[in-house]
Design a protein around this ligand. Structure first.
Ligand code: KG4
Ligand code: ZN
Length: 346
């Protein structure tokens, strides 16, 4: 049974995991940098790279210890080498290359966004019926994918501005809540009325599979601070108590309605037999409750594999291992996903 060591360092979590056969998670260690970035209310790239450098070896050691495995037993070393913050990616990529070279084992670079889609298979090994539609919704990405198989994936829609998780984080910052904002707003929304406030749902053109969340974010800003030039832009205190819960629930309802409608459109367009949802926002309780509205089998990962982790990296790498698709030892760290064109060529 092949054992793959996965490494994750795309953003602000340092992760290492050992996965057998592409789905049995023997260990999954994540060192979160949330506290380091919280006071800046967002990820500071330079701080993230330095923290990865400090964390990578202890995290690797812990992953091996938890799995009761030795480095020599590993059949391949996998790393999420794209997309992400370049300084952060470089730490994981350098660690993976060094290990692969020293161990004389294959190196496998995988796309982090693709790994988020793969995360639904972890622990269950249940294969979603294909073709399928995949949604990756996180702090850095909100995109839809047509999937002919778990390996054959193509981009069919993406956000034109903010990612949905980014909108959660920015709204939370505006309301004086902590970072990351997604889980906090999700929690508050449970005791709020989703119909209390009517925030805009941006669907774009009738056929569009793209997203836009910046209008919704601005609507929340205007609700809290007033509309410039109309209502006085007062130095108002952000809402508290029930008003805050109602705002959180109303904001969440707008996000969820948009995600569900775009999934519905994408499923019709691709004649999907199932829906896969991954990324940090797939942990959202409101979204999970709404997914059955789509009347298709829905695959979401267990909560621990929604946010960034290395188990999904090792899991996806197993598919490449099976078909002998290995990466050269001069594998690059690349800031954009393999599914999107580099910004310079747009
Ligand atoms: O996948 P992830 O760990 O990192 C990226 O690849 O971006 O996702 C982190 C994002 C953050 O924006 C966070 O606020 C959001 O996922 N998030 C949530 C929830 N849990 C995490 N958003 C809404 N509801 C949640 N329960
Ligand atoms: Zn991610």
């Amino acid at each position: 049974m092949p054992l793959i060591l996965g490494i994750e360092s795309t953003c602000d979590e340092t992760g290492a995991a050992i996965v057998a056969d592409g789905w049995q998670v023997r260990s999954n260690v994540i060192s979160s940098q949330v506290e380091l970035h919280a006071k800046y209310r967002g990820v500071v790239p330079e701080i993230a790279s330095r923290a990865h450098l400090q964390n990578i070896l202890p995290v690797l050691r812990e992953a091996l210890r938890d799995a009761d495995a030795k480095l020599e037993q590993v059949d391949a070393v996998a790393v999420a080498h794209r997309p992400g913050l370049i300084g952060s990616l470089l730490i994981g990529v350098t660690a993976a290359k060094s290990l692969a070279w020293a161990l004389r084992k294959p190196l496998i670079g995988v796309d982090h966004v693709h790994a988020h889609l793969y995360s639904v298979v972890l622990e269950t090994n249940k294969q979603p019926p294909m073709p399928a539609v995949g949604l990756v919704c996180s702090g850095g990405h909100t995109a839809l994918y047509a999937m002919r198989s778990i390996e054959e994936v193509s981009l069919i829609g993406s956000t034109r501005d903010d990612a949905v998780g980014e909108a959660y984080d920015k709204v939370a910052a505006l309301l004086g809540l902590g970072y990351p904002g997604g889980p906090i707003i999700d929690q508050l929304a449970r005791r709020g009325d989703p119909k209390a406030l009517r925030f805009p749902r941006t669907f774009l053109q009738r056929q569009s599979l793209d997203f836009s969340f910046s209008g919704l974010k601005t609507a929340v800003l205007y609700h809290v601070r007033g509309v410039p030039g109309k209502t006085p832009v007062a130095p108002t205190e952000p809402p508290t108590g029930q008003a805050l819960a109602d705002l959180a629930a109303s904001f969440q309802a707008a996000c969820v309605d948009v995600l569900i409608e775009k999934l519905r459109r994408a499923a019709v367009r691709t004649q999907a037999q199932s829906i896969l949802v991954g990324g940090g926002v797939s942990a959202n309780a409101g979204l999970r409750e709404a997914l059955p509205r789509l009347n298709l089998p829905v695959f979401v990962p267990p909560l621990r594999y929604c946010t960034d982790n290395a188990a999904m990296t090792a899991g996806l790498a197993f598919r490449y291992w099976q078909s002998g698709q290995f990466s050269p030892l001069d594998l690059d760290a690349i800031p954009y996903s393999r599914f999107t064109e580099p910004p310079a060529s747009r």
